[in-house]
Design a protein around this ligand. Structure first.
Ligand code: GUN
Length: 284
């Protein structure tokens, strides 16, 4: 029976530690750390994510600015909003909630965020630095997964890590972070052959493919660490990418959905915002 890595508990601890650091920042620099969130359109899931991000930002004592633009906004309108935040010295982090409505070019909009305010770690400069092993802002979800592994002191060096999914936001940075910890990393995707065999070889298995209960017990090695990044809304409610009920008896560690990686993503967004604020003060 696997030990459950409780992301809700760990994220609460991280947020409480941040609360203290955010207050120290305020006392030292006499300004509130500020995160600006831009939401374009009415995507219901995005609305929930943004609401949770704003609540958490305020919980740790940061200032939260939210900019809601209509679904039919032009690229120029969104660009103007992002540029005004980019040029505002009082703003430490800018988050443009994805996905943007289809008529907008995500890359064009994201590129307007200065890398120093890219608290999502999405920009080429931050991803490139991560690839080169240089200090960078790391995408919140994979950063949160690494914190979960660290919190349980799970040994990574020399282990076989398999990442299911190759998204820019999760799969690719996740693989780089595990590589940095000396894992032997395999990235699997929709064209991968012998997927089951590859997964069965994993000491660390990270599922980030967005398919409910995709990882079944026959794909998991006994004693593997199973990290479930999936958040799938189904008729049975919120379901991960892992068949939790059947896999939990095999794994040594497992993350639940909900209450696993999800809350960690938000905690790491706040951590990244704090780090951006500290860096901007040090650069003055
Ligand atoms: N959409 C889904 N996940 C994320 C995230 O981590 N950041 C942003 N900006 N948009 C998202």
């Amino acid at each position: 029976m696997a030990k459950i890595i409780d992301g809700k508990l760990l994220s609460a601890k991280i947020k409480d530690e941040l609360k203290v650091k955010v207050e120290e920042f305020y006392n030292k620099y006499n300004r509130k750390i500020t995160l600006a969130v831009v939401l374009v359109g009415d995507n219901p899931a995005s609305q929930v994510y943004v609401k949770n991000k704003i609540t958490a930002t305020e919980y740790v004592g940061m200032k939260s600015l939210s900019f809601r633009l209509p679904e039919d906004s032009t690229e120029q309108q969104v660009a103007e909003t992002v540029l005004s935040l980019a040029n505002d010295n009082g703003i430490d982090g800018i988050l443009v909630q994805l996905p943007l409505p289809k008529h907008l070019d995500e890359n064009k909009i994201l590129k307007l965020i200065p890398p120093s305010k890219d608290v999502d770690g999405f920009l080429a400069e931050n991803v490139g630095k991560l690839l080169l092993g240089q200090p960078s802002t790391v995408a919140c979800t994979p950063f949160g997964v690494m914190k979960m592994l660290e919190s349980e002191k799970i040994a990574l060096s020399g282990k076989n890590a398999v990442v299911l999914g190759r998204s820019n936001i999760v799969g690719k940075p996740m693989a780089l972070l595990l590589l940095q910890e000396n894992c032997t990393v395999t990235i699997c995707h929709s064209k991968t052959q012998n997927l089951k065999e590859i997964c069965r070889n994993a000491d660390i298995l990270v599922a980030a493919i967005g398919r409910p209960k995709f990882v079944t017990a026959d794909m998991v090695k006994e004693g593997a660490v199973v990290i479930d990044v999936g958040i799938n809304r189904t008729e049975q409610g919120l379901v991960g990418d892992v068949d939790y009920e059947n896999v939990k008896d095999l794994a040594s560690y497992i993350t639940p959905v909900p209450g696993g990686v999800g809350p960690m993503t938000i905690a790491m967004l706040l951590e990244n915002t704090y780090l951006s604020a500290i860096r901007s003060q040090n650069d003055l």
